[in-house]
Design a protein around this ligand. Sequence first.
Ligand SMILES: Cc1cc2nc3c(=O)[nH]c(=O)nc-3n(C[C@H](O)[C@H](O)[C@H](O)COP(=O)(O)OP(=O)(O)OC[C@H]3O[C@@H](n4cnc5c(N)ncnc54)[C@H](O)[C@@H]3O)c2cc1C
Length: 292
Amino acid sequence: MKREHPDGGRYAQYLEQAALAFGLNVACGIEVLGLEPQGEGFVLRTDRGEIGADFVIWACGQFGTPSDGGLIGAELARHYAAVGRWQDVPGDEVFVIGGYESGIDAAIGLARAGKRATVLERGAPWQDGDKDPSRALSPFTRQRLAPALKGGAITLVEGAEAIALEAEPGGIRILAGDGRSWLSAHAPILATGFASGTGPVSDWFDYNESGLPLLTPQDESTELPGLFLVGPEVSHNGHLFCFIYKFRQRFAVVARAIAGRLGAETAALEAYRANNMYLDDLACCDADQCLC
Ligand SMILES: Cc1cc2nc3c(=O)[nH]c(=O)nc-3n(C[C@H](O)[C@H](O)[C@H](O)COP(=O)(O)OP(=O)(O)OC[C@H]3O[C@@H](n4cnc5c(N)ncnc54)[C@H](O)[C@@H]3O)c2cc1C
């Protein structure tokens, strides 16, 4: 692609080329609705009928499962994931609830579309000095935020815990837990995160108190051997792998586990280790040692 941060169209082209180059068997337009163990493997239930599999790697991400964060009256707002183009959002002044990656991305998108955005956030992730971007705003987002802030199109309000939305004649009132409130002329944008994307197979995972799937050291379901998880919900001992450059370091771990059971050659996976793309020793994930 010869560029960093390609747009969606270019990235889709890249994926198409990668699938062709590696001869991947990709079937589009099939929704997996659930799965059942069958014999030594699985049968996947889909909207196009059943498909058999020896192993299943669940890689459905979270973007398809937006969360309203339990906000009362959330139906009066519009989730970040439901916005196609920021210029189509009604109004010149838009409130965004939540100020982590999607909230700041929304504010930047709105500012670039010539609107003013006010971000209401319970903490202040744009100030957080944590070097783990699973917990603080990523450098790329900060880099994009700085010029938009200078231009005055974005206002960041920290310590604003939105708890409810109420319709009133002038628009939608956003109520905060500390008694403050803001009147939004149009539906505010909810940037309150995403729920687990494991819904269709949730019977086959156990979850910790944070709602994250419990996994073996090979990122396999603790409930159903042969069902693996890759992507932003992978976590181990409180270490989050929700960023792409972190969770992709676990792909070779899953590949080795499956290859081992198939009796397949695994020498090719050493290239991942040689390129720091094989993370099986999680000691380096400790807060003061994180090298990511
Ligand atoms: C605003 C924002 C900013 C972000 N910034 C960064 C960043 O700077 N750096 C970073 O590393 N990460 C970032 N992330 C996180 C990153 O985008 C995600 O973690 C990543 O896209 C997840 O990739 P994935 O392939 O696992 O899932 P996805 O990209 O969500 O892909 C999942 C695929 O599975 C398909 N699917 C879902 N359910 C089913 C089903 N039942 N049957 C069949 N197919 C299904 C979907 O259609 C989709 O194509 C950001 C996320 C957001 C929202």
